[in-house]
Design a protein around this ligand. Structure first.
Ligand SMILES: NC(=O)c1ccc[n+]([C@@H]2O[C@H](COP(=O)([O-])OP(=O)(O)OC[C@H]3O[C@@H](n4cnc5c(N)ncnc54)[C@H](OP(=O)(O)O)[C@@H]3O)[C@@H](O)[C@H]2O)c1
Length: 241
C-alpha cells in the first residue's frame, strides 16, 4: 500500500538512498533538507514535495509537518552530525550542537508529527543511532553521547506510542557518505577500518536504506523498540579470537 513518508536529511547519503528506495516502491514522499537546489532536484526526480531549512531554525519543524500533509504514515530522521575530537578539545557548543541535531530535534520532529502519525493505521518511525552508542570509540565522546540519547529515545517512545506508532532505530557502523568522508577518503585508512568488520567492507547508504524501508513497511508491523545494527557484524562478533 502506498504510504506518505516524511524524510529528514533527504539530501544526505542515507536519506537520499532511503527516499529513492521508498519512491521506487510507490510511496509518496515529503523531503526535508537544507540545500534548495539539491532538494528541488531530488524532489522533482521522485515526484515528491519538500521543505527547505535548518532543523535548528525556530518554527521550522512544525512547518515541515504542515507542509507534509494531514496524515503521515512514516517518519525517517536521517539528519546527523559528527564531531570527532578528544575530550580536551571538545567545547560546550560542540556537545550541545551534536545533542540538538541528533537527539533533541528528532524528538521534536516526532512530537510535531504525532497528530498526523496518529491518523495512519500503521505509522512507523525510523531513527539513526550509531555503533558508537553501544561500543566505546576514542574521539567520539560528543556524538556517542548524542546517539546514546537517541537510542534511549527510541525505546521510550516505542513504549509510549505502542500500539499506534512503531519506533525503531538503525545503528550503522562506518558508512560511506559525506558525513564520514574524513574517515574513509584515504584508501589505506578505509581498508584498515573495513578489516575491523567480520564482513570486511564499509557500509553503503543502500545497506541502511534497505532496512529503513523494511521497518516502515507492513512487513514489519510487529517490530518496535529495536535498535538494529547494520554494521557487518562489528558490534556483536569476534571472528579472530
Ligand atoms: N555515515 C556514517 O558512517 C554513519 C554512522 C553512524 C550513524 N550515521 C547516521 O546516519 C544518519 C544519516 O547520515 P549520513 O551518513 O547519510 O550523513 P550525510 O550524508 O551527511 O547526511 C546527513 C544529513 O543531515 C543533514 N543535516 C545536518 N545538520 C542539519 C541541520 N542542522 N539542519 C538540517 N539538516 C541537517 C545534512 O544536510 P546537508 O545535506 O544540507 O549537509 C545531510 O543531509 C545520521 O543520523 C548519522 O548520524 C551515519
Amino acid at each position: 500500500m502506498s504510504k506518505k513518508v516524511l524524510i529528514y536529511g533527504a539530501t544526505g547519503g542515507i536519506g537520499t538512498a532511503t527516499a529513492k528506495k521508498l519512491a521506487a516502491r510507490g510511496n509518496r514522499l515529503h523531503l526535508v533538507g537544507r540545500h534548495a537546489d539539491r532538494l528541488e532536484a531530488l524532489a522533482s526526480d521522485l515526484n515528491a514535495t519538500f521543505s527547505c531549512g535548518d532543523i535548528l531554525s525556530e518554527g521550522f519543524i512544525p512547518q515541515t509537518v504542515r507542509d507534509a500533509g494531514e496524515c503521515i504514515d512514516g517518519l525517517v530522521y536521517a539528519i546527523g552530525s559528527i564531531t570527532l575530537k578528544g575530550l580536551s578539545r571538545l567545547t560546550h557548543a560542540d556537545f550541545i550542537r551534536d545533542y540538538e541535531v541528533n537527539a533533541v530535534s528528532a524528538a521534536l520532529a516526532i512530537q510535531a508529527a504525532l497528530p498526523a502519525l496518529k491518523k495512519s493505521p500503521h505509522a512507523a518511525v525510523v531513527l539513526f543511532s550509531s555503533i558508537a552508542a553501544s561500543q566505546g570509540f576514542g574521539m567520539h565522546a560528543s556524538i556517542a553521547m548524542a546517539k546514546g540519547a537517541l537510542s534511549s529515545l527510541t525505546l521510550s517512545l516505542a513504549a509510549e506510542l505502542a500500539p499506534t506508532i512503531r519506533v525503531n532505530a538503525i545503528a550503522p557502523s562506518l558508512t560511506q557518505t559525506p558525513l564520514s568522508q574524513s574517515l574513509w577518503q584515504n584508501e589505506t585508512m578505509a581498508q584498515s577500518i573495513a578489516g575491523l568488520h567480520p564482513i570486511s567492507r564499509l557500509g553503503s547508504s543502500e545497506d541502511m536504506a534497505g532496512l529503513a524501508a523494511f521497518l516502515l513497511s507492513d512487513e514489519a508491523t510487529w517490530i518496535t523498540g529495536q535498535i538494529m545494527g547494520v554494521d557487518g557484524g562489528r558490534s556483536t562478533l569476534r571472528v579472530k579470537g
